[in-house]
Write a protein that binds this ligand. Structure first.
Ligand code: A2P
Length: 339
């Protein structure tokens, strides 16, 4: 069976990748509809050799006939339009943070909690987790099943593409100006100059002095792993990288996991690639994993400061596994098992 699919926010960094991943994975698309803002009026985007016109979301009266809608147009669009698409019969897979912590909305990473997809029946909405959370929970799942993770301490090194198309242009423009010896254009999307700099500020600051990005990693990890006892603390940092997030992750487990055991568990887990041969300078790098759909793990070593601790370096393409690929994988489960 084939499905009528919509991409909402089709012109954005994630939306364009969603279209590409649908094509690459041969998703059974009957008809594809694309939506964006009035700024994209008249634009056409390629899909399977055809040029598909972009429709203006706010001018569309009915969304009937759509089976699956992939949303990545920001939280306020998701809050307003996801229920409207659902009322018109679609199942929405939403990449924004708007619905993620709603107890009636499943938050799904297919390698970790595919069974949760069934919860789409509540509201017709499934939430796609935060990019940094997705790439962390995939390799942590087999480690948790084996040794029970008690606590996670993570610091992220996140690419500008996670902040959207304008942030990609911001890093380019600042870098070009710096190389030309010109004055840098002012920071607009990112809080400070991002060229040749790291900025420990992603999303907004909350009352507890953490950023919302950091608290997403805390709360979403527990929901996806279905274990509220896991303690998580995060520091999220924007770095001058275009594509790919990296994470330094420290784990404390109940049962000892040796680095050898961790490598074995990770190598056998779907969606994970172990790249861990430091003698030969082999470890995951953002520039090398960009364009890949798997999560890469290296620098696997014992945390010698505690009884049962492990350190990992986890890298993935934030627009792919961190966003578009994960959303399309959820759609594949819907198509295969539910619709
Ligand atoms: P547009 O390109 O027309 O502004 P990014 O995260 O890369 O900035 O992308 C955001 C996506 O969300 C874009 O596709 C953008 O469309 C879309 N978008 C933003 N605001 C609206 C809106 N009010 N209605 C529909 N789509 C929107």
């Amino acid at each position: 069976r084939e499905f009528n699919v919509a991409v909402v926010g089709a012109t954005g960094a994630v939306g364009r990748m969603m279209i590409r991943v649908l094509e690459e994975r041969n998703f059974p698309v009957k008809n594809l509809r694309l939506f964006a803002s009035e700024r994209s009026r008249g634009l056409k985007l390629p899909f399977r050799g055809e040029e598909i016109p972009v429709e203006v979301l706010s001018e569309t009266r009915s969304f009937s006939g759509i089976d699956i809608a992939l949303f990545s147009a920001g939280g306020s669009r998701s809050l307003e339009y996801a229920p409207r698409f659902a009322a018109d019969g679609a199942v929405v897979v939403d990449n924004s943070s708007a619905w993620r912590m709603d107890p009636e909305v499943p938050l799904v990473v297919p390698e970790v909690n595919p069974h949760a997809v069934a919860g789409y029946k509540n509201k017709g909405i499934i939430a796609n987790p935060n990019c940094s959370t997705i790439q962390m929970v995939v390799p942590l799942k087999p480690l948790h099943d084996y040794g029970r993770i008690k606590r996670i301490v993570v610091a992220t090194y996140q690419a500008v593409s996670g902040a959207g198309q304008k942030a990609i242009e911001e890093l380019s423009a600042q870098t070009r100006a710096w190389c030309a010896g010109e004055e840098l254009p002012p920071a607009q999307v990112i809080a400070h100059q991002i060229a040749f700099n790291c900025v420990p500020h992603i999303d907004v600051f909350l009352e507890n002095a953490y950023t919302r990005e950091e608290m997403k990693m805390v709360n979403e990890t527990r929901k996806i792993m279905e274990d509220d006892s896991i303690r998580v603390t995060a520091t999220c940092v924007r770095v001058p990288v275009f594509y790919g997030h990296a994470e330094a992750v420290n784990l404390e487990t109940e049962r000892k996991i040796t680095p050898e055991k961790a490598r074995e568990l990770l190598s056998n887990f779907p969606g994970v690639v172990v790249r861990d041969d430091p003698e030969n300078r082999v470890y995951p790098l953002q520039i090398e994993v960009a364009g890949r759909d798997e999560v890469f793990v290296g620098r696997i070593r014992e945390d010698e400061s505690v009884e049962c601790g492990l350190n990992l370096w986890i890298v993935a393409d934030n627009l792919r596994k961190g966003a578009a690929t994960n959303a399309v994988q959820i759609a594949e489960i819907l198509a295969r098992e539910y619709l």
